[in-house]
Design a protein around this ligand. Structure first.
Ligand SMILES: [Zn+2]
Ligand SMILES: [Zn+2]
Length: 304
């Protein structure tokens, strides 16, 4: 297998490779699964000294800061190298797995000098990370064999699937303006269909308890049904283009139950700060066209 064309490699350095069943690489895979906060490109690493794993870390600040990141660059399909300002400092090299690993080792009183790094989820190291490892006296960097084939951007993004299994699609019904009522209900159904396309089950309330078609349900029955469905779902997608008391109440139920919330609204509609400020809101999609909104929604779901 020819060596890949690394975007950066310091003089005199080369990667070493081990198979997936190597115990230290398995430990790095575990770090990738449990510590990486970057959902699009999760990377885990372990530090090995004197034949034993001494510490582990993940990129995206080892899930520090906000505990995970729905990446707006991926949601909006930003071309490579653009849109970094959308993410704040989330992908900064200082939050990459390698420097996090060195930091964690020192915090535990371990000198990283002479230790090896085993990394899972990436196929090269950026220049600031190499510099941090060289400064710390790291000996060798081990990657998974065929890392380039497994972890190139194209491969990773094509393979992305939501890990959530179901959503509750929330949005106003009773007080929708008359001229948009039918169109907006159809929009909720398209939101549900976009999720189903990715294998995520969608509960669309008006198909079960529509204020007109299912008028026989009592207010309490509707409340109980909706609360139960919010609690049963893995996440809530709420269209908040039109204000709705029921939607607002449901969002607080979702937050109390620890469900991630995705807000969706037509660009330039007014969404209250209270709603946008709910801590469980992981993303707010402001769409220009419905097609654009659904594409963004699928890109958010793939990161959950
Ligand atoms: Zn990002
Ligand atoms: Zn890096």
């Amino acid at each position: 297998m020819p060596a890949p064309n690394y975007p950066y490699l310091p003089p005199g350095r080369a990667f070493k490779y081990v198979p997936a069943d190597h115990p230290f690489m398995q430990a790095a895979e575990e770090a990738r699964r449990t510590l990486a906060g970057d959902r699009v490109f999760p990377v885990g690493a372990v530090l090995v000294k004197d034949g034993a794993v001494v510490t582990d870390a993940g990129n995206g600040w080892s899930r520090g800061r906000d505990g995970g990141h729905v990446c707006p660059r991926f949601v909006r399909s930003c071309p490579t190298g653009t849109g970094y300002d959308l993410c704040g400092d989330f992908h900064e090299p200082s939050g990459h797995a390698e420097p996090m690993l060195i930091k964690r080792a020192r915090k535990c009183g371990i000198d990283p000098a002479g230790a090896d790094v085993y990394m899972n989820g990436h196929w090269w190291c950026c220049e600031p990370c190499w510099q941090a490892m060289i400064d710390a006296g790291i000996r060798d960097v081990y990657l998974l064999e065929d890392a380039h084939g497994r972890f190139s951007k194209e491969v990773l993004t094509a393979a992305m699937r939501p890990s959530i299994r179901s959503i509750y699609v929330s949005g106003g019904l009773t007080n929708l303006p008359d001229d948009v009522r039918d169109g907006h209900k159809a929009w909720y159904e398209r939101i549900g269909a976009a999720a189903e396309e990715l294998g995520v089950r969608a509960y669309v309330p008006h198909l079960h308890s529509d204020p007109e078609r299912h008028a026989h349900f009592s207010p309490r029955e509707v409340y109980d049904m909706d609360v139960a469905q919010v609690r049963a779902a893995d996440a809530v997608v709420a269209d908040v283009t039109y204000p709705s008391l029921g939607t607002g109440g449901g969002l607080d139920v979702a937050h109390a139950a620890g469900k991630p919330i995705i807000l969706v609204s037509k660009k330039d509609s007014r969404v209250t700060r209270y709603t946008r400020g709910i801590p469980s809101v992981v993303y707010h999609i402001e769409y220009e066209t419905e097609a654009d909104g659904l594409r963004q929604l699928q890109n958010v779901l793939k990161q959950l």
